[in-house]
Design a protein around this ligand. Structure first.
Ligand SMILES: O=C(O)C(=O)C[C@]1(C(=O)O)C=C[C@@H](O)C=C1
Length: 321
C-alpha cells in the first residue's frame, strides 16, 4: 500500500486499517478515527484472496517438481489412472496444495514484503518497518493484536512492534502478546525518535490548550509538556494524534508526532526535538511466522579453536540451555 505524503485538507481519506476499534475515554475526539469494521473485514478477505491467488500462481508456474512415474506401457501414472476413469488430464499439471515454503517470507514472484505495524501512516512504527525493510509495503493495523493476527493469517509477511524505549521503558503489553502468540523474533530495529509539536497551519504554540499523543510520547516529552501547561489527551499512536488535530480543525490543540506525520496530515511543525533526552531510542522487534535457522553450511572459525569452542559451549550450559 503506497503512501503519498499529501496535504489532507478536505480530501484526505485514511487507508483501511486491520482490526477493530479500541474503546477510549476521549471517545468524541478519538472516536472519529474508528473505521468501519465491515470494510476492514472485506479488505482482509480481499487480501487473503490475492495472497492465495498469488501463491497458487507461483506453484503453477513452477511445474511438476517430481518426474511423473512411468508404468510398463510408457504412460505417465496420473494419465493412465485418469484415462481408465474416462478423464484425459495429466494429474501432474494440476496445482499442488500449498506448503509453508510456497508462501515464504520473501515472495518468489518478486512482489514486495508486506510488514504490518500498529498505528496510522506516519507512526514511528511505520518508520521502524521502513528502516528494517526499505522497500516493503507497510500495512497499518488498528492495534497490536491485529498486527499479530495479520502475520498469523498470512495477510502480511512480518510485523514490527515497539518493545522498549530508552526513556519511557518497556512496553509491557507487547511482552504479553509475544507470550500469547506463536510468532518468532527475526530481527530488531533501533529507531531514534525525534518528537515534534504539531499544530494547524498558522497556529502558534502559545495558543495550544491541549496536546494529543501516545502515552509513550508524553512520557518522553515531560519538560515540554509542563512548560506548555496544556491538557494531555491520549491517542492510539502519534500519527492518530496528528490526524485528530487535522481532521477536527482544532486550533487550540496540538499533537506530538514525527515530522513525517506533519507532512502526511498537512500540519505545521511548531517545535522540533522536544523530547527530554536527545538520545531517545525506541527498540522494535520484527516478528515472523518462521524462525531464522542459523546456517550450518559454513564452518565457524575461532582463533584458539577447540578451547574457545568448549568455553563458549560451556557458557550455554551454565545458562541452562
Ligand atoms: O505512536 C507511534 O507512532 C508508535 O509507533 C508507538 C510508539 C510506542 O509505542 O513506543 C513508538 C515509538 C515512540 O516511542 C512512541 C510511540
Amino acid at each position: 500500500m503506497a503512501l503519498k505524503a499529501v496535504s489532507i485538507w478536505g480530501c484526505y481519506k485514511p487507508p483501511p486499517q486491520l482490526g477493530v476499534g479500541v474503546s477510549n475515554s476521549h471517545s468524541t475526539l478519538i472516536g472519529n478515527l474508528r473505521y468501519d469494521y465491515d470494510k476492514c473485514r472485506k479488505w482482509e478477505c480481499c487480501c487473503l484472496g490475492v495472497l492465495a491467488q498469488r501463491a497458487t500462481t507461483a506453484v503453477e508456474d513452477e511445474g511438476p517438481s517430481v518426474p511423473p512415474l512411468v508404468d510398463s506401457s510408457g504412460a505417465a501414472d496420473g494419465v493412465h489412472q485418469n484415462e481408465s476413469k474416462g478423464f484425459h488430464k495429466d494429474l501432474n499439471l494440476l496445482p499442488k496444495p500449498l506448503t509453508a515454503i510456497d508462501i515464504s517470507s520473501y515472495p518468489r514472484d518478486g512482489s514486495k514484503v508486506r510488514v504490518a505495524y500498529q498505528g496510522l501512516p506516519g507512526a514511528y512504527s511505520e518508520d521502524a518497518a521502513l528502516k528494517a525493510y526499505p522497500k516493503c509495503e507497510t500495512v497499518p493495523c488498528d492495534n497490536f493484536e491485529a498486527a499479530f493476527k495479520a502475520v498469523e493469517l498470512w495477510l502480511v509477511n512480518k510485523t514490527v512492534l515497539p518493545i522498549e524505549n530508552s526513556v519511557g521503558g518497556s512496553v509491557h503489553r507487547n511482552y504479553d502478546l509475544l507470550l500469547r502468540h506463536r510468532l518468532h523474533i527475526v530481527g530488531e530495529v533501533q529507531l531514534r525518535v525525534n518528537h515534534c509539536l504539531l499544530g494547524l497551519p498558522g497556529v502558534r504554540k502559545e495558543e495550544l490548550r491541549a496536546v494529543v499523543s501516545h502515552p509513550q510520547a508524553f512520557a518522553q516529552c515531560e519538560t515540554t509538556l509542563s512548560d506548555l501547561g496544556a491538557v494531555k489527551i491520549a491517542a492510539r499512536d502519534t500519527a492518530a494524534a496528528a490526524q485528530t488535530v487535522a481532521s477536527n480543525c482544532a486550533r487550540d490543540t496540538g499533537a506530538i508526532a514525527s515530522s513525517r506525520a506533519a507532512e502526511v496530515y498537512g500540519l505545521d511543525i511548531l517545535a522540533e526535538r522536544i523530547q527530554d533526552d536527545d538520545e531517545n531510542i525506541t527498540r522494535f522487534l520484527v516478528l515472523a511466522r518462521e524462525p531464522i535457522i542459523p546456517g550450518t553450511d559454513r564452518p565457524h572459525k575461532s582463533r584458539r579453536r577447540s578451547r574457545c569452542t568448549i568455553q563458549s559451549l560451556g557458557s550455554f550450559c551454565y545458562e541452562g540451555y
